[in-house]
Structure formats: structure tokens, C-alpha cells
Design a protein around this ligand. Structure first.
Ligand code: GLV
Length: 326
């Protein structure tokens, strides 16, 4: 008998085909996921779930799912899952790293450029019929080339953003819990900086940390107060890394110049203070959303699930202590 798997939301068809071959699937081919109650009901007889970041797996939820062996999350981030809780219950958790690194870095740069050069405002200006004549000071923004970019978090995506910044001849500072070896810093053209120095010296600050208790509200009023008035903050990591209320106030008062956001503290809700601001470019959590990358993420999640349910170590296991590498 094939193991039973719930797919909580629409996936690209390549993944469905693969899962169908090896498992008995219940597929919610819809944009909207299940309520917490419905999710529990549908998972009662399943060994696996292919989840998305809108599905929450708290200890309380997992307590009610003793048959659940594998949670395959279609995302690199896994803050929607209580990992110590899953580990305690011996539930394998997998994610989809690497395949989205370059695509997310592309989008980070798109957001940075759109915010600095007022691309969204320009589009709205033209469509509303206001473009009457070339003007010397029309929609002037900030230069990107040769400016200083501060990266907070230098994992795979942070490094990919740093590589792009070199093409713009930017000075790139970074801050991370772990400092890279000096020769790697040199190779990447990076300079390590204490957080306060990075905040004070950067023209653009881009966040690339995972959401952890230590990174919650890493950027709040005290950090915004240390930034240049001309600074632009970019967030393609996780919303709660930034105190949205403090950011909205800083943008409205001109404490900093702008923000490009792809993620929010309480998705899909966006702080109302941000919605009317022209100096905020707001996107609906789409940094990894290219067709190729999203397809690869789905296939990777399917591979992880099939491996785990067939007694093989899933290639992208998060709680590695459950299955140490041979
Ligand atoms: C998206 O935000 C992801 O974590 O993959």
C-alpha cells in the first residue's frame, strides 16, 4: 500500500506526477489552503504533508497528528514549523534551499532598484495621465552604482546579492553572526562590519537572515534611528525581522528615504501605515516567483517526500539530528 500524502495547496504539475507515482495523494488543487481545523481533519490518516509557508505546524498541531512522519515544506524558510517540536516527535522536516537563491537575489535587486529609482511611482504617474513634459526634477531618486550596500545575513542569498552588487561597483558591507574567513571576504569583495557601523554607513540595507527569536524585530526604531536619512531598507527575508510599525513611522517622517518590502509581519495583512506611502515599494511575497524556480521548488519538495517515505534520507532534511549522514 502506498503511503498517504496531503498536498495542502496548488503545486506545479511536475511535482504532482512524481508524488502520484510513489504515494497516494490527496491534492488541494487550489490557491487557498485549509483552515487549521480542516488541515487537522485531512491529515488524520496521512503519513506525509507537502506544505507551504501559510500552513502552520505548531507543537499543538503536531500533537494531534501522531501518524505524520514527514513535513515537506515548499520553501527555503521553515519558520511556519516548530522544528524542535517536530524533532521531539521524530517528524522529518524538509525544505527547498539553493534552487531559489539566484532568483531571490535577482528580485532583491529589482526591489532595490525599483525603490531607489521610483519605478512604481513613475508607472503610476504615466498611467494617470500626468506625464505632460520632460522635467529636470521629475521623479528623481537615488543612485545605486558606487553606493554602499549593507547586507545583514550572509547565507546563500546574501552572497548572491553581494555578487550582483559588484556589477554595480558598490561597496558591500556585511554583518552576520559568523564572520567569513578573510580570503573568502576578499574573494567576494566584502567587508565585515559591526551592526551599528553597517546601519550608519550603508545607503541600502538588505536583510537576509532567517526568522529566529534572535532576529525578531532586528530592525526597529533604535536601528532605524542609526541609518542615514537617505537610506533605503530592502526586506526579502521574513516580515517579523522588521518592526513594521516603527518602519512605517520612519518612512512617513522621513527618518529614512525608502523601503522595498516583499514580506510582512502579519501576512497577508500589511500595516496600514505603509499602504499610503509613496516611498515604500510593496510586493506580495514573490521574491522566488519565477516559473522555473517555483517549478524546481515543487519538484524538490516532491523528491524530499518520496525519499523520506521510501526509507531514504531526504536530500534537504532540516532536522538532521533525526537522520545523521552516514
Ligand atoms: C519563501 O519565502 C521561501 O522561504 O522559500
Amino acid at each position: 500500500m502506498k503511503p498517504k500524502v496531503l498536498i495542502t495547496k496548488r503545486l506545479y504539475p511536475e511535482a504532482i506526477q512524481h508524488l502520484r507515482q510513489f504515494t497516494e495523494i490527496e491534492y488541494n488543487n487550489a490557491e487557498e489552503g485549509f483552515t487549521a481545523e480542516e488541515l487537522l481533519k485531512r491529515l488524520a490518516d496521512k503519513q506525509g504533508v507537502v506544505s507551504q509557508l501559510t500552513d502552520k505546524f505548531t507543537a499543538e498541531v503536531m500533537d494531534k497528528l501522531p501518524n505524520l512522519k514527514v513535513i515537506s515544506n515548499v520553501a527555503v524558510g521553515f519558520d511556519n514549523i516548530d522544528i524542535p517540536g517536530a524533532t521531539k516527535r521524530r517528524t522529518l522536516v524538509t525544505n527547498t534551499p539553493e534552487v531559489l537563491t539566484e532568483t531571490t537575489a535577482d528580485f532583491t535587486f529589482a526591489l532595490l532598484m525599483a525603490t531607489a529609482r521610483r519605478v512604481v511611482e513613475g508607472d503610476a504617474f504615466l498611467r494617470s495621465g500626468q506625464y505632460q513634459e520632460w522635467q529636470i526634477d521629475l521623479l528623481c531618486g537615488y543612485d545605486i552604482h558606487h553606493r554602499t550596500l549593507g547586507l545583514i545575513g550572509l547565507g546563500r542569498i546574501g552572497k548572491a546579492v553581494a555578487r550582483r552588487a559588484r556589477g554595480f561597483e558598490m561597496i558591500v558591507l556585511y554583518h552576520d553572526a559568523v564572520r567569513l574567513p578573510r580570503e573568502v571576504e576578499r574573494g567576494l569583495g566584502l567587508e565585515f562590519a559591526p551592526l551599528d557601523t553597517l546601519l550608519a554607513e550603508s545607503d541600502f540595507i538588505s536583510l537576509h537572515v532567517p526568522l529566529l527569536p534572535e532576529t525578531h524585530h532586528l530592525i526597529g526604531a533604535p536601528q532605524l534611528a542609526k541609518m542615514k536619512r537617505t537610506a533605503i531598507l530592502i526586506n526579502t527575508s521574513r516580515g517579523p525581522v522588521v518592526n513594521e510599525e516603527a518602519l512605517a513611522r520612519a518612512l512617513a517622517s522621513g527618518r529614512i528615504a525608502g523601503a522595498g518590502l516583499d514580506v510582512y509581519e502579519h501576512e497577508p495583512t500589511v500595516h496600514t501605515g505603509l499602504l499610503d506611502l509613496k516611498n515604500a515599494v510593496l510586493q506580495p511575497h514573490i521574491a522566488s516567483a519565477s516559473i522555473d524556480t517555483r517549478t524546481r521548488m515543487c519538484v524538490m519538495a516532491a523528491d524530499n517526500m518520496v525519499a523520506a517515505l521510501n526509507g531514504r534520507r531526504p536530500p534537504n532534511l532540516v532536522n538532521v539530528e533525526l537522520w545523521p549522514q552516514a
